[in-house]
Design a protein. Sequence first.
Length: 139
Amino acid sequence: VIANGDITTPEKARYVLAYSGADAVMIGRAAQGRPWLFREIEYFLQTGEHLAAPEVAEIHAVLLAHVAELYDFYGEYTGLRIARKHISWYTKGLAGSAHFRHQMNQLESVDVQMTAVNEFFSEQALRGSRLNYSEGIAA
């Protein structure tokens, strides 16, 4: 049996497993822009402890690879537009992300979009080497 539905944190995964008696949990929307959620849940279920937040450089690289695949698969015009929502998911809750996401939705070229992403993550790195959700939890 696999349980799913609103599993957005390691604690919720543990609770759902204990409450339901399920063999596993299925993560859905909570992983959009947070692919590291799976390792956080796995580690928490095994140890009862939290992993440190992901490093800014790691997530920056993952996001760049992700949107590059979108551009390659869909072409620049459509890929740029589809990338907007993915970029928003990756950056939700990070310092300055509300303004960044608003600006991102108005950009009309891949080069400008990539420059904006690189600048945003450079600003995040100035705040520390790990992601810091100052605008709420990205869930």
